[in-house]
Design a protein around this ligand. Structure first.
Ligand SMILES: *Cc1c(COP(=O)(O)O)cnc(C)c1O
Length: 473
């Protein structure tokens, strides 16, 4: 049933602690006890981050902003990012040997916990046979069968290397299938960094305060229409004004890229109906929600079946993967079955397939999502209650292993509502929690994630830390 790999798990509670403390050592997991100080940068924390700071200084000279993906740079909470040495179960250790309970989970993939022994064993075994062939291998069939069996809308699937690629491919296919040029996306939804989708794209862009990216030609986004999330009549208006021109509506069925935002009860059904009536396709971007909200994703959870679905994150079990899939008659337009070109040197990588297969075998065990629901509900309710008790306007929510909270009264139904959250307060909360040994996403506009490895004790520890921090900010 539930594999628990958190604290107190007997032999499995012995994890490697990095060299930063002076010498390598194996030791039992104990939360680092650090006292709270109110800071919104890490220059004078009680947490020692000297090695991370040194590494980041070096990185700034080597990579733009010192990172390979913008939100990692901690810009929206101030200070500098923490360099991770290793991760196991619900925990991560930085290169200064501080330990954290991790609620980022590599931004979603780590739903069974980090470094699960079965995933590591599958990777080790697969690796012995070679890391990449550029030719078909059996693991691709296995993962494809699992994805098709799990996700209601998917009859055929194409594996790619990232969620960005999956969304690019799905859009090209939707335009080819319908013969129409335009797409509708929602403000605050992120579908990767392809040119045509980099319009009002949520967290990464919002965090940096860039309304759009320089370098994206106007022509690339001129067929991208946007509407506020949860706003059905705005979508109806777009269909009215661009009659016969809309190839697809793409959306996050639960938003995670401008904080955690739920669809209103009728929203997804209404979009399904409008797209059907107009011979347009509905694309669920389930890169985040796939296998996260339910084994069959948001479409299973809400009972709404899209035409195309994009996946990523969890299906790679922590290795780089994306996928898009849908009805057979649509997917058979993809090359070489059809004329819509899309390719990838490393697509279907045996290592990524192996990690995805093991991850999915574990998460599909009975009881997994019930467990995630229980601990995540306790977590969010505990944090919001702690905030309210300390006099902070707060709201929050969760579905199974995905959650979020805002420093505003709410309700938060779209990106404009999310932006009312007090980002300065979030930053103080963020650093306070980090000092307590809790690692959240370093931005108010990101969802959080739990895993099967998070124990009830992890949750209680986090809530206690939140009480302490929230009453001091
Ligand atoms: C993460 C994410 C993407 C992009 O995936 P990458 O693998 O980072 O390219 C696309 N859509 C959604 C909803 C995501 O959460």
């Amino acid at each position: 049933m539930i594999e628990s790999m958190g604290l107190g798990g007997g032999a499995s509670s012995y994890y490697y602690i990095p060299e930063a403390s002076g010498k390598s050592s194996w030791c039992g997991c104990r939360m680092q006890q650090v006292s709270l100080n109110n800071h919104n940068n890490n220059n004078n924390l009680n947490l020692s981050l000297a090695n991370s700071q040194q590494a980041f200084t070096a990185a700034l000279d080597l990579m733009p902003g010192g990172v390979n993906s913008p939100v990692r740079a901690f810009k929206s909470v101030g200070g500098q990012p923490i360099f991770i040495h290793s991760a196991k179960g619900s925990r991560m250790w930085d290169i200064d040997a501080n330990q954290y309970i991790d609620y980022v989970g590599s931004w979603g993939p780590a739903i069974i916990g980090h470094s699960h022994p079965k995933v590591l064993a599958a990777l080790a075994e697969t690796m012995q046979k070679g890391t990449s062939f550029g030719a078909p291998c059996l693991l691709e069939n296995t993962l494809a069968q699992m994805v098709i069996a799990a996700v209601p809308s998917i009859e055929m699937v194409r594996f790619v290397n990232s969620g960005t690629e999956a969304c690019m491919g799905a859009l090209r296919l939707a335009r080819a299938f319908t013969g129409k040029p335009k797409i509708i996306k929602f403000e605050g939804c992120y579908h990767g960094h392809a040119d045509s989708l980099l319009v009002k794209a949520g967290s990464g862009v919002a965090t940096l305060g860039l309304p759009d990216s320089p370098g994206v030609p106007k022509a690339a986004t001129s067929d991208t229409l946007t509407a506020p999330y949860n706003h059905i009549s705005a979508v109806e208006n777009l269909f009215h004004h661009h009659k016969g021109d809309i190839a697809a509506v793409i959306l996050e069925p639960v938003v995670g890229n401008s904080g955690f935002i739920l669809p209103k009860p009728d929203f997804l059904a209404a979009i399904r109906k409008i797209t059907e009536e107009n011979d347009s396709l509905l694309i669920f971007d389930e890169v985040m929600t796939g296998f996260r909200l339910a084994y069959g994703g948001a479409q299973e959870y809400f009972g709404i079946v899209p035409d195309l679905t994009t996946l990523g994150k969890i299906i790679g079990g922590g290795l780089p993967v994306g996928a898009y899939g849908g009805r057979r008659n649509i997917m058979e337009m993809v090359a070489p079955a059809g004329a819509v070109y899309q390719a990838g040197t490393l697509s279907g990588s045996p290592l990524a397939m192996a990690a995805g297969i093991e991850t999915m075998k574990i998460i599909r065990e009975p009881g997994s999502y019930e467990y995630l629901d229980k601990i995540t509900g306790e977590l969010v309710n505990g944090i919001v209650e702690a905030g309210k008790r300390a006099g902070h306007p707060m709201c929050g929510g969760h579905i199974n292993g995905m959650f979020g909270f805002f420093f505003t009264e709410g309700p938060v139904n779209n990106f404009a509502d999310a932006k009312k959250s007090d980002a300065h307060k979030f930053a103080r909360f963020y650093w306070g929690m980090l000092e307590e040994g809790v690692y959240f996403a370093p931005s108010q506009f990101e969802a959080g994630f739990t895993s099967l490895a998070h124990t009830p004790d992890d949750i209680q520890f986090t809530i206690a830390a939140a009480h302490k921090v929230l009453s001091n900010i």
